[in-house]
Design a protein around this ligand. Structure first.
Ligand code: GLU
Length: 282
């Protein structure tokens, strides 16, 4: 299978040095393997995505010297695909609608217990309040969750290969670990038609991604992605989570760090080569 990797930014702000690193690394891994580099626009959260940020993404990446096949996959065009993946899980009896808001979840979670994690890759671990609503038609304000315990009777443990610096190895996560550390993740968010986890899994499979290149902040979410791949009978790619680019104070960069936006460096006279040097890729 041809080595295929991708850069999957969300158009919710300017790309910064961390994004430049991620995209350039993905492209160089593809080049080294004689494979291909794809772009995907992750605009599933339409309340935050903006066309001007999407335009800026294309401009910044082209300026950095990257190229990619078109048309570019865009999540907002793929709601029916996410709906059919969800229907697959629902037919397997693995989903339920949930009406809990943050305060309900906090209240039901109770006092923290020593050694029991409260947060997982999907935020606060859901206490299961709405699990009994399986089969109910979701209300307009409901989210849809995965019944993890039931899902694990079909999948058991999950495993994947990681190639990222400092993380490389073969990972195996047991059903018990998933139950205590992940919980019933959200498959469809309110007013979104999908969730990051469901979309990314379906998109990576549909784009034929063999190697996922992304920041180490998403390493913890990978177990969720592999679980969904198994449930949906999709292939599991190899993962490459790279270290995050940090500012001088050691803080990781965020979209709001406009001072480190690629466009700002460019306006200040930096060249694409300067950016490569700044992120340690020469
Ligand atoms: N859209 C995500 C982001 O901008 C990246 C998701 C991924 O690479 O899996 O952080």
């Amino acid at each position: 299978m041809t080595f295929t990797t991708r850069f999957a930014p969300s158009p919710t702000g300017p790309l910064h040095l961390g994004h430049a690193y991620s995209a350039l690394l993905a492209q160089s891994l593809a080049a080294r393997a004689g494979g291909q580099f794809l772009l995907r626009i992750e605009d599933i959260d339409q309340s935050r995505a903006r066309p001007e940020w999407e335009a800026q993404i294309y401009e910044d990446l082209a300026w950095l010297g990257l190229s990619w096949p078109t048309p570019v996959m865009r999540q907002s065009d793929r709601l029916s695909r996410y709906r059919s993946a969800l229907a697959q899980l629902t037919e397997m009896g693995l989903t339920y609608p949930c009406r809990c808001n943050r305060a309900d979840i906090e209240a039901a979670a109770g006092a923290p217990q020593e050694g029991v994690p409260q947060f997982g890759p999907d935020g606060r671990i859901y206490p299961g309040t709405c699990r009994g609503r399986k089969g109910e038609e979701p209300g307009a304000n409901d989210v849809i969750r995965l019944n993890l315990e039931k899902a694990l009777t079909q999948v058991g443990k999950v495993n994947f290969t990681e190639e990222g610096e400092g993380l490389a190895g073969r990972y195996e996560i047991s059903a018990e670990q998933l139950l205590t550390e992940v919980g019933d993740i959200i498959l469809v968010r309110r007013n979104m038609g999908s969730s990051y986890h469901l979309s990314v899994v379906v998109d990576d499979a549909d784009q034929g991604i063999t190697h996922v290149t992304r920041g180490a902040d998403l390493f913890e979410a990978t177990q969720v992605h592999v679980l969904l791949q198994k449930l949906l009978a999709l292939p599991t790619p190899v993962y490459h989570h790279h270290p995050l680019i940090r500012d001088e104070a050691g803080k990781r960069l965020a979209k709001r760090d406009d001072a480190r936006a690629i466009a700002k460096f460019r306006d200040d006279g930096a060249s694409p080569k300067d950016i490569r040097e700044m992120v340690g890729l020469t």
